[in-house]
Design a binder for this molecule. Structure first.
Ligand SMILES: C[S@@+](CC[C@H](N)C(=O)[O-])C[C@H]1O[C@@H](n2cnc3c(N)ncnc32)[C@H](O)[C@@H]1O
Length: 222
């Protein structure tokens, strides 16, 4: 394992599975998903990108994130990009004065200021064994009234379970219930505003927990 990665990560067996997944640095390549399609097929199921205007945003698992461009082009005030794997952040780094890279484990990295929005895409499903620690850190990272937004695989959908086990790389994703996930945020002082299953190219799957391969959660800190 790369020395830099090892020194930045909390030494838990589960975090080591995450680092092992990305140990092949040569395999880290970033190709931007077209932002207009990202909004149309994914984000638009939850909110308008105009809601990012003037907001301070922290993204967990921001390495190779397609959303960085969406936040910056919709007028966010500041964007903090956190990822465990520094090389993944480098691969998608943007040359913009509002962009601040925060490499390291989210549970340990120093955060410059409380933010309006914490965002995580396909990342929380990798940290389910540490979910309570993550929720507490997310709550502490937000201003009062701030929101946390995540998109992850919906393992109530058989296709997502199949995909999870068809993936032969070291895989930190754990099967979990979206409803119990939302309840965990409630128990840590959040109001749940949206919990929506969907499949990006199939509008008919929106709202259907057996057909939606992914789901959005939006919660607000009380
Ligand atoms: C499946 S990738 C998703 C990346 C990106 N958000 C996207 O949608 O393509 C999960 C990301 O979470 C990061 N990650 C996992 N555990 C983390 C932690 N404890 N702190 C910060 N980042 C973490 C991984 O390094 C990886 O870049």
């Amino acid at each position: 394992m790369d020395f830099e990665v090892k020194s930045l990560m909390r030494t838990s067996p589960h975090t080591e599975i995450i680092a092992a997944r990305y140990a092949d640095q040569a395999g880290i390549k970033f190709t931007q998903y077209p932002p207009d399609l990202l909004v149309k097929r994914y984000l638009g199921k939850l909110m308008s990108p105009a809601e990012f205007s003037g907001k301070t945003i922290l993204e967990i698992g921001a390495g190779c994130s397609d959303y960085t461009t969406v936040f910056l082009s919709n007028g966010c005030e500041k964007y903090y990009a956190n990822d465990l794997i520094p090389q993944r952040l480098e691969a998608s780094r943007k040359n913009d004065s509002r962009y601040v890279a925060l490499p390291g484990n989210f549970l340990e990295v120093a955060l410059p200021e409380p933010v309006d929005i914490v965002f995580a895409c396909l990342t929380m499903m990798f940290v389910i064994p540490m979910l309570d620690d993550f929720i507490v850190r997310i709550r502490d990272s937000l201003k009062p009234g701030g929101v946390f937004i995540s998109m992850d695989a919906n393992y109530l959908c058989p296709l997502s379970i199949y995909r999870r086990f068809a993936d032969r790389k070291p895989n930190p994703a754990r099967l979990f219930s979206p409803h119990r996930y939302a309840a965990a945020f409630r128990s840590h002082g959040f109001d749940v505003e949206s919990l929506v299953p969907f499949t990006a190219p199939a509008p008919i799957a929106t709202g259907n927990w057996l057909l939606g391969t992914t789901f959005w959660l939006k919660v607000r800190k009380k």
